[in-house]
Write a protein that binds this ligand. Structure first.
Ligand code: PMP
Length: 431
């Protein structure tokens, strides 16, 4: 039989000699689905095209940034135009002012914002700001939430760590995590207990307002509200890690969507439209602690890079000026995820589909998934089978049970129909 992945396999064979595991981020490895990774050379709209010329409907969407679909023409033009003036200056630029102002206009609780180069950097910096602001050390995080690979957050983390079954990383000294407190997502009782014993030592609670790194797990009724009130009554900073939900759940992100004002928000992904960008922002009072206006040091040679800022500014402007896009994106996602639910129901199978807005996924388990423990019960071998079947039908999913499916504006009715047809074939193959 013809090998449809010959070029990807050849490239991977070479890559493993020079790059650890052959990939520059572990989530790109396909080992948990029993394959070698695809190498991609091109993308457009809802599609990616691999090194062998195969075209796939893509639900990874660069892990989130491509909310309008791949290679948006306005973003592309902005990047090409900006590049003509030089790639980086290391001086302040006008586009940084425009970008900061736009973010502050779009996100209700953000009064000031600092640009960085990744979600990891945004989280690392926001935590430092919260500690500097409160004069406290402890950070409460939730099992299965992923906040990038900064040392203190590599405890019971989701995403690639959950996929590989090593939720804590080697190379992180105990000293780096001794101030990290852990709770189960949605477990208000547990969280209240932690606040009773350590409330006056907690600098910040950091949470993904929709957990999207253990598959997609929705915040239960009152969960985020209670985090807000516990932070208020204990003098702790509430950080929403909106690297995934920012500019996705709504133009103002999850804070706006749920009607809650976090003190700090971290951004990544959509904010850079596919360029390496992150940001953190929030109340003026806290943000003024950042150097050079305050004593919390944080810096970056390429932060606010003009090419990246032009890309992000263009995408955010489109989203701000066309709120109707969100209705379209959410319609695509609802058609997909409700369709999947129906197919599962009609087949009499117990699997769960969790979704909100344009984030969702299927868990191969017969119990509701509300936190790390229930997510972990999902049958990852079944997911691997699912992944490979969908790929054979021209549909590319995240190569792990513990990641989200990202739906974009470009995943129109015909793309969703093709996806549901393939999903139905898979589910029938199980009966
Ligand atoms: N926070 C969340 C919620 C994320 O999903 C991610 C990445 N998937 C990060 C932080 C880290 O972002 P980056 O990979 O850009 O460092």
């Amino acid at each position: 039989m013809e090998n449809r992945h010959a070029n990807s396999e050849r490239l991977f064979g070479e890559a493993v000699s020079y790059i650890p595991g052959g990939v520059n981020s572990p989530v790109r490895a396909f080992s948990s689905v029993g394959m070698s990774p695809l190498f991609i050379k091109k993308s457009e709209g809802p599609h990616i095209i691999d090194a062998d010329g195969n075209r796939y409907i893509d639900y990874v969407c660069s892990w989130g940034p491509m909310i309008l679909g791949h290679n948006n023409s306005e973003v592309y033009d902005a990047v090409v135009e900006a590049a003509k003036n030089g790639l980086s200056f290391g001086y302040a630029t006008e586009i940084e002012v425009k970008m900061a102002k736009l973010i502050c206009e779009m996100v209700p609780s953000v009064q000031m914002v600092r640009m960085v180069n990744s979600g990891t950097e945004a989280v690392m910096s926001a935590i430092r700001a919260a500690r500097g602001f409160t004069g406290r050390n402890k950070i409460l995080k939730f099992e299965g939430c992923y906040h990038g690979h900064t040392d203190s957050m590599l405890v019971k983390a989701g995403s690639g760590l959950m996929t590989s079954g090593i939720p804590t990383s080697a190379g992180v000294p105990q000293g780096c995590t001794q101030d990290t407190l852990l709770a189960a997502y949605n477990d208000l009782e547990g969280i209240e207990k932690i606040f009773q014993t350590s409330g006056d030592e907690i600098a910040a609670v950091i949470v993904e307002p929709v957990a999207a790194n253990m598959g997609v797990v929705l915040p239960g009724k009152g969960f985020l509200e209670r985090l807000r009130s516990l932070c208020d009554s204990n003098g702790a900073v509430l950080i929403f890690d909106e690297v995934i939900t920012g500019f996705r759940l709504s133009a103002g992100g999850a804070g706006e969507y749920f009607g809650i004002r976090p003190d700090l928000i971290t951004f990544g992904k959509i904010i850079g439209a596919g360029m390496p960008v992150g940001a953190y922002g929030g109340s003026r009072e806290i943000m003024e602690c950042i150097s050079p206006s305050g004593p919390v040091y944080q810096a970056g040679t390429l932060s606010g890079n003009p090419i990246a800022m032009n890309a992000g500014y263009t995408l955010l402007s489109i989203l701000k000026n066309h709120p109707e896009y969100y209705a379209g994106i959410n319609h695509n996602a609802e058609t997909l995820f409700e369709g999947m639910k129906q197919i599962i129901r009609e087949a009499g199978l117990p699997y769960r589909v969790n979704y909100i807005g344009s984030l969702g996924n299927v868990f191969f388990t017969d119990t509701d998934v509300t936190e790390y423990g229930s997510a972990s019960k999902s049958d990852t071998k079944m997911y691997a089978q699912f992944f490979r079947f969908m790929l054979s039908q021209g549909i590319c999913l995240a190569p792990s049970q513990f990641e989200a499916m990202f739906v974009s504006y470009a995943h129109d009715d015909s793309i969703i129909r093709d996806t549901l047809n393939a999903f139905e074939k898979f589910i029938h193959s199980l009966k």
